[in-house]
Design a protein around this ligand. Sequence first.
Ligand code: ADP
Ligand code: MG
Length: 243
Amino acid sequence: MLEIRDLHVEIGEKEVLHDVNLTIGNGETHVLMGPNGSGKSTLLMTLMGFANYNVTKGTITYNGEDITQLPIHERAQRGIGIMFQRPPTISGLKLGKLLAATYGDRPDEIAEMARNLNMDRFLDRDINKGFSGGEIKRSEVLQLTAQSPKFVMLDEPESGVDLENISLIGHAIGKLLEKDVHIVNRKKSGLVITHTGYILDYLDADKGHVMCDGEIKCHGNPREILKEIKARGYRECLECRSM
Ligand code: ADP
Ligand code: MG
């Protein structure tokens, strides 16, 4: 579904990503880990097509099409979706209105979707305005559920969420990634950034990757990688090259 070849990305004058290679097949979910500031969010924002993330070299291919220069809305139309690490507040736009724009004007179904994420009281509120950290994350998952993307990118979905709501978010994300569908019939793919690994309980993660200094340094079983990081920290990732 997604193939990243030799990707180099600059923000302003600064090169943030270099030599990034990654292939994600149909129905696969990959997990991305790495220390703060290593470039994980930059990779997701670049794949979504945000304008200030400047691809200086390399290609992004999505379902066989080179989308490296495609504008953001055309990527969204092709089924690419993102849950931001820190989404903006949008004053004047009600959450319910945005959901109706992406999902269609079906208020009963939208209310049901919102209830499943404990967000039904928020449909008449401006997006993220005065929302707590956990409410923002639930609102993001709700927006993705309405969009139902084919390629789902999640940037630290569980950070700042209390344990009770992690289970709500986790189940909603599992549904987005068709966890209940048998692996051979699964169509949706995902790329998920996590620090804690809690979200792994709700996904069938196929592969894990560690990003350090703007480069993917290692691939492997996501749970094994997480165990290593918990035991030894990221420092050893800089030397280790278990590709
Ligand atoms: P991560 O998500 O792995 O914590 P980021 O992708 O957010 O890391 O950031 C990678 C690097 O790029 C950091 O050094 C960060 O300061 C820098 N960076 C990110 N966004 C910008 C920006 N808009 N302007 C300048 N530098 C940026
Ligand atoms: Mg980040």
